[in-house]
Design a protein around this ligand. Structure first.
Ligand code: FNR
Length: 193
């Protein structure tokens, strides 16, 4: 059995009963056997980004960047706020990407999912996030796109995702993410060897 692929899940919402956090918690049981998922749920601890501090960032930023570096792949679950990504998520990504040349996302495979109480399931936020990830130079997984619409109807009282189609797509997205991460790990290994 090869080493397990380490996936870092990032929760884009601070809300206590966040559907996006539930998506990530449910992803744990949909993960391929050759992978692990750690959830990073601390975006509320980041101060507002200030470029004056980028060379000596707060401890939480250092920890976030270390966790990204130690992961083989990233899985972001984000709400859509006013047709875009929440400020807390953008703020954390801005901190992580600085100073210039010290971007832990560089070359990392990243998958995105979103849950929304609306009809489009956060689709517009995902396309904004994909644009940000272009600058971060990630290898973003294109398909399947996981938009969990009408999220308030898709979980039971214990927080279990009860939408079979959504579960199928999340499992497929995770398989694609882990396969891509393994391919890249192998490739980098060959280059280093
Ligand atoms: C929203 N919501 C929302 N939904 C959507 O589909 N498109 C949108 O543009 C917005 N805009 C928006 C702005 C703000 C400020 C809030 C608070 C909410 C609704 C959103 O989908 C819903 O609150 C989700 O439950 C948020 O995700 P979490 O916190 O449950 O993960």
């Amino acid at each position: 059995m090869p080493d397990k692929i380490k996936v870092l899940g990032i929760v884009g919402s601070l809300r206590k009963n966040s559907y996006n956090r539930l998506l990530l918690l449910n992803a744990k049981s949909l993960l391929p056997e050759d992978a692990t998922l750690e959830i990073f749920d601390r975006l509320g601890e980041f101060p507002l980004f200030n470029q004056d501090l980028e060379n000596d960032p707060p401890q939480i930023v250092k920890e976030f960047k270390k966790k990204i570096r130690e992961s083989d792949a990233i899985l972001i679950a984000t709400p859509e706020y006013n047709y875009s990504i929440p400020g807390v998520l953008k703020n954390a990504l801005d901190w992580a990407a600085r100073p210039y040349g010290d971007n832990p996302f560089e070359g990392k495979p990243v998958a995105i999912m979103s849950a929304s109480i609306g009809m489009l399931g956060g689709a517009r936020a995902q396309y904004h996030l994909r644009q940000v990830l272009v600058y971060l130079n990630t290898i973003t997984i294109n398909k399947p796109e996981v938009f969990v619409s009408f999220a308030h109807k898709k979980f039971d009282e214990k927080g279990n995702l009860v939408d079979e189609e959504a579960k199928k797509y999340i499992a497929e997205l995770l398989r694609n993410l882990v396969n891509t991460a393994r391919l890249l790990k192998h490739q980098y290994g060959l280059i280093r060897a």
